[in-house]
Ligand binder design. Structure first.
Ligand code: SAH
Ligand code: SF4
Length: 354
């Protein structure tokens, strides 16, 4: 299949398409006008449009299903050129508000959760994406296109602020080059202009790759899917912990270049009677000592075929209280879109089994 034009940074396009100012024009058409085919690039010469159409594609993904949640979130299922499918979710973090006279008080706040692989190699016991195994990496264009299509589908202006989290299907650090490339493309001021400090890469903790990501100096935020505070339990939940244990992750985080005003997010998926006790909270506090960290507690979201259970709200709150009272930032992730197939992997799973 042809390479998506969305796989190129503007600088790379300027290398291959002469004169170089064409790259900026192409970026405008693709990321500001959301065009669907090269013919629409009106200020480009006919021959160039023809050449581009011969060499590249503008449509690496197709939206095949959308689920709308009552809370305003939307889940997208995309089909790739080879028939595989991946998901992304548009999360409405704050609805738009108006003054009494009808003028806009503040705009809606969006976060988009995107996928970077079809399936995942890491094989976490609680994760639905892991169940279908690993099929392939996404290329940078396929990652970028998820955001472009969602913006287009929701009439979100090109220059609107938006947060991106690499928390959909797949392990970003197992597809580091394409993920890093997509991050650079997102942040281009002539493209979508999404600053790296609005982008968060979430990892199951491939320690050596955390160092590599740090060395790339992209300026992105880091989130660690920790989920357990001792190696024995973490190995059961996340087999990758045998190769990269908790201490190796902590060491990698300490060496990671973090924006002064930011904290590393530690995600802690709470599973009833598995890791929801205050003993774990106590160990977590000790583990994160000396790190500019924040903790995000996530309710385990059950699906058919799993024995794991959603934790009780009172245990979540007790866990949170324990940490915040001792000075550690801790939030509980709102379960957005619970009425749709909320946990990543669920929409795709429903489709595969229908
Ligand atoms: N592979 C990366 C990023 C994608 S997973 C990582 O693991 O960090 C994104 C998040 O979804 C992880 O924090 C994971 O714990 C969470 N998740 C997976 N299955 C879940 C479930 N059933 N309920 C709630 N969250 C889940
Ligand atoms: Fe992969 Fe993340 Fe799911 Fe683990 S939680 S299997 S790393 S996608």
């Amino acid at each position: 299949m042809k390479k998506p034009i969305q796989s190129f940074t503007r600088a790379e396009l300027a290398e291959i398409i002469k004169p170089a100012f064409r790259a900026k024009q192409i970026y405008r058409w693709v990321y500001h006008k959301y065009i669907e085919n090269f013919e629409e690039m009106k200020n480009l010469p006919f021959d160039l449009k023809k050449e581009l159409a011969e060499k590249y594609t503008l449509n690496p993904l197709k939206i095949i299903k959308i689920e709308q949640s009552r809370d305003g979130s939307k889940k997208y299922l995309f089909e790739l050129h080879d028939g595989h499918t991946v998901e992304a979710v548009l999360l409405l973090m704050k609805k738009e508000q108006y003054h009494e006279n009808g003028t806009l008080k503040h705009q809606a706040k969006y976060t988009v959760c995107i996928s970077c692989q079809v399936g995942c190699k890491v094989g976490c016991a609680f994760c639905l994406t892991a169940k279908s195994g690993f099929l392939r990496d996404l290329n940078a264009g396929e990652i970028v296109e998820q955001i472009r299509l969602i913006k287009k589908d929701n009439d979100i202006d090109a220059n609107r602020r938006l947060n991106i989290v690499y928390m959909g299907m797949g392990e970003p650090l197992d597809n580091l080059q394409a993920v890093a490339q997509s991050s650079r493309i997102f942040s281009d001021p002539d493209g979508m202009s999404i600053s790296p400090n609005r982008q968060t890469i979430s990892t199951s903790g491939l320690s050596t790759k955390i160092a590599k990501l740090g060395a790339m100096e992209l300026g992105v935020n880091l989130a660690i899917s920790l989920h357990a505070v001792d190696d024995e339990l973490r190995e059961q939940l996340m087999p990758i912990n045998k190769a990269y244990n908790i201490q190796s992750i902590i060491d990698a985080v300490k060496a990671f270049p973090i924006n002064e005003r930011k904290r590393v997010m530690f995600e802690y998926l709470v599973i009833k009677d598995v890791n929801d006790d205050l003993g774990a909270a106590k160990k977590l506090l000790a583990l994160l000592d000396g790190i500019k960290a924040k903790v995000n507690l996530i309710y385990f979201n059950p699906y058919g075929g799993t024995d794991f259970k959603r934790p009780d709200e009172k245990d979540m709150i007790a866990f949170q209280d324990y940490l915040t009272k001792r000075g550690l930032h801790c939030t509980i992730r709102e379960s957005k879109g619970l009425d749709i197939s909320a946990a990543c992997g669920q929409l795709r799973d429903n489709e595969l089994n229908s």
